[in-house]
Design a protein around this ligand. Structure first.
Ligand SMILES: [Zn+2]
Length: 315
């Protein structure tokens, strides 16, 4: 946990409004007459965001916890030194320095700019794996967890900033509203989502007997197919690929498997910098990539893609 990483108290008025908008509670809940929830509120779970690191939330490591110099500016995620740290969304590395060059922070840190005044901060890193000014994709490995700076032990100190660098919001709720679980659960993708994880879904659906174009766009054809799959699986046919649907959709895979479910696995591994050829063949190269991913994320290293490995990969 951080012993410091306090920052001046966030503007709670802005934070609350962003939170309400993010949860889609709308004007009535906000007590405003002119505020209208954006039409996109229901599609914030668009596949752009993912979990930056696997671990657990240490006691006292939550956003807003009391720290010298101000409230704790992020959420701590505890795991061992060397655990992989991934970009939570696509963007550009704008800081790679002690404390991110921000007040109150210590340790090796990376700040990624995501556009529209949104930034993420990754603190107490042991190793940098990206360069300053480098463009990164969501899920790309950017660093290793560590214990640099003023800490009680190794962990990731993760912050989300909206409305400019320095204006923090609760990263747990910010990510949750965007379909990513900082606590390590399954992701949620709504109709309209796009990106690599949608390609994973499309490959898995094709293995389930559907015939989707694997284009990374969760449009009407793919959504209709998922709803059909959900109905056939006894699930609510809402088109959201989340904690109920993922476990029914993924396959437990071992070496020797071949087909679109392996292409899904290879695509998910590539989101996390594996660099595999997506050929549908679970051979030795893919097996090594599974083991490397499991090792870097402190999972059981068995080389098999079971539910826990899948959950981490698409989280
Ligand atoms: Zn912290």
């Amino acid at each position: 946990m951080c012993e410091q990483c306090g920052a001046p108290a966030p503007d709670t008025k802005i934070s609350r409004r962003v939170l309400i908008a993010g949860l889609g509670l709308g004007a009535a809940a906000a007590g405003m007459t002119t505020f209208a929830a954006p039409a996109s509120a229901a599609t914030l779970m668009n596949g752009s965001w993912c979990n930056p690191a696997l671990g657990y939330f240490p006691s006292g490591g939550h956003y807003g916890a009391s720290r010298p110099g101000g409230a704790h500016a992020g959420q701590d995620v505890t795991n061992s030194t060397g655990t992989a740290v991934y970009a939570a969304a696509a963007g550009t590395v704008v800081r790679r320095q002690w404390g991110g060059g921000l007040g109150g922070r210590t340790g090796n840190a990376i700040v990624i700019a995501h556009g529209s005044g949104v930034y993420t901060y990754y603190g107490h890193l042991s190793v940098y794996r990206v360069a300053l000014d480098q463009r990164v994709s969501a899920g790309q490995r950017i660093a290793d967890m560590g214990a640099t700076g003023n800490v009680t032990g190794p962990h990731l100190h993760f912050e989300t900033h909206t409305g400019g660098l320095g204006s923090t919001v609760n990263p747990v709720t910010y990510l949750a509203a965007r379909g990513a679980d900082l606590g390590g659960g399954w992701s949620r993708l709504d109709p309209g989502a796009g990106g690599v994880t949608v390609r994973v879904i499309q490959y898995l659906m094709n293995r389930r007997g559907y015939d989707l174009v694997v284009d990374g766009a969760y449009g009407s054809v793919s959504v209709a197919a998922v709803k059909k799959f959900q109905s056939a699986s006894g699930l609510v046919a809402d088109g959201q690929v989340g904690p109920a649907t993922w476990p029914k959709l993924v396959y437990s895979l071992t070496a020797g498997a071949n087909g679109d479910h392996v292409r899904a696995l290879q695509t998910a591994l590539n989101k996390h910098s594996a660099g595999l050829v997506v050929d549908g063949d679970f051979g030795s190269v893919t097996g090594s990539a599974v083991r490397a991913y499991q090792s870097a994320n402190r999972l059981v290293v068995d080389g098999n893609a079971g539910a826990i490995t899948w959950r981490a990969l698409v989280g």
